[in-house]
Design a protein around this ligand. Sequence first.
Ligand code: ATP
Length: 571
Amino acid sequence: MAGALLLICSAACDSVAVSMFSTVVDSALGAGDLTALWTPATWWAGVAVLSGVFVFGGEYLTARSGERFLLRLRTRVFGHLQRFSPDFVERRRHGDLLARLTDDLDTVERFVSSGLVHVVTSLFSVIFFTCYALYLSWELALAAFVIAPLFAVITRQFARRINDRSREQRALNGELTAILGEDLANAAVVQAYNRQQSEERRLYAAGVRLLKTNVAISRLSALYSPVVHLAETVCVLGVIALGTWEVAAGRLTLGGVLAFAAILSFVYGPLQQLGQLRVMVSAATTGSERIVELLDELPSPADLPGARPLGRAEGQLRLRSVTFRYPGARRPALDQVTTEIRPGELVAITGASGAGKSTVTKLLLRFLDPDRGAVELDGVDLRALTLESLRRNVALVQQRTLLFHGTVRDNIAYGAVTTGHREVVHAAMAADAHQFIIALPNGYDTIIGEHGHGLSGGQCQRIAIARAMVANAPVLVLDEPTASLDDTTVERLLVPLRRLASGRTTLLITHDLRLTAIANRVLVMADGHVAERLPAASSPPQPIHADRGASPGGVRWSGAGDPRAGFPMSP
Ligand SMILES: Nc1ncnc2c1ncn2[C@@H]1O[C@H](COP(=O)(O)OP(=O)(O)OP(=O)(O)O)[C@@H](O)[C@H]1O
C-alpha cells in the first residue's frame, strides 16, 4: 500500500517534470534567453530527484511486501497440504505438488505484488497525464487517446492466446518436476535396470513439450510489444500533424506540442503496462487455479465438530465391526473386523500380502476413517478425539525408516518436540544405537541424508526405534519393522524392539516368526478378516509401564524379564 502511494507520487512528479519541460522550451529555448532557464530547470531537477526517491521507495516496499505475501501464501498452502492423509499425498505426483508450491505460487505473487501495484500506479499516471493533456489542448488530447480502445483490442487477443499457453506451461512444468523427483528418488532402480537412457528420453520428451510451449509464449510476448509500438507511432505522428496545425493557427505554443509528445510517451507506457497486466493476470490465473484446486480439497480425516483432546491414554484398543473400502476398490480391505487389545499387550498381526494388515494401522492413526464400525482408544471412538492428541498417543515405526536431512540427534529428537540431548542419548542406548552413533565421524552431530545415506538398514531402524522411544507414546504401531533386513540384523533388533514395546500397547505387523514369538497374541488376517487368533509361541517380557520419569529411556522394566540386563544406562 505504502509502495503504491510512493509510486503514485512519482507519477505526479513526472507530470510536473513535463510541465517544466514545456516552460523551458517556451521561455528559454524559444526566446533564446538563458536567464529564464534557471528557475524551471531547478524545479525540474528537484522534481526528478524527488521522483527517483519515490520510485526507489515504492519499488523496494512493493518487492518486500510481495515476498512476505509469497511466504505467507506458501506456508498456508503447505499447512493445508500437511492436513491431508499420507494416502492423499501418495496418490498425487510429488513433483506436481512441488511445482504448485513453488512456480505456481510465484506467478500469483508476481501478480499480487508487482502486478496490482503497477495497475494502480499506471492508472494514476494515465489520469495525471490525461488531465494535463486536456489542459494543454483538449482537441489534441482526444485525438491522442483514440488509441486507447485499440490497445484494449490488441491486448485482449494476445492475452487469450497467452492464457491458453500458460495453462499448458504450468501443467508441463509440474510434469517435468515430477519426472525429476521420481528419477532422483528411484536412482537405484533406474541404474539397476539400465534405464538411464529411457529416463533421459522421458525427461527430454517432457522438456521438448515445455520448450515448445515456452517458445510459443515468448513469441506471443515478443510480438505484443512491436504491434503496440506500431499503433503508438501512428498515433504520435497523427498528433504531431495536428499539433503543427494548432501551432500554425496560434492556438498552441511549440513548448506545448513538445510537452504533448512527451506526455504521449509517458502515457502509452502505463497504457501498455495495463495491457501487459492482462498477460500477467493470465499466468497468475492459471497458477492460482492450480493452488485453489488444492485449497478446495477438504482435508480428510480432519477434526470433527466437538472432538476433544485426549491426555495420556491407558492404551486399550478396540476395533468394532470395522469395514473399510479404498476409493475405487472392488472389495473392502477390511470387512467387519472386531478385536480388542488390552493396555500393555503386544499383539502381532500376520497374514498374506493384501490381507488388510497395514490398513488396520492406518485406521489406528486415523490416516483413514472406517466406512462402518469404529476404532476406539480407551473406549472412545477415535473420531471423537482431536487428531493431534490421538497421534501424540500413538508412535509409529515403519518398514522403511523415514529420515530427514539433518543430524542423527535431530532425527531421534523428531519423536518429541522438547527432547534434550540426554534423552536422545538414553533413547539411542535403549535402541542399541548409541555405539554405532558414537563411531560415526561426528557422533550425534553427523549429518544423515533423507534416505539414511551412510547407514545400514538395521542402523536406520534402530534410529527409528530411538525416535519412537523419545515419543514415549502409550500405543505403538510397528509396521513390518524387520522386513528386508537380514537374519543377523533382525536378531540385533529384537532386544531394542522388545524394550520399545514394553509397557505400551503394541500392534506389530509382521511376517517374521521371530517377532510373532515375542507377542502376547497373534492375529492371522486373510481377505480383510481376522481368520485366526493364536496364543503366543513364547512368553513376552513382563513389564511394566511406560513412564518417562521412571527411567532415562522412558521405560521401566521389571525383574528377570528385563532384556536390558547388563545394559549401561548412562552414556
Ligand atoms: N491406497 C490404496 N488404494 C486402493 N487400494 C488399496 C490401497 N492400499 C491398499 N489397498 C488394497 O487394500 C487391500 C489391503 O491392503 P493392505 O496394504 O492393508 O494389505 P497388507 O496386508 O498390509 O499387505 P502387505 O503385507 O503386502 O503390506 C489390498 O487388496 C490392497 O490392494
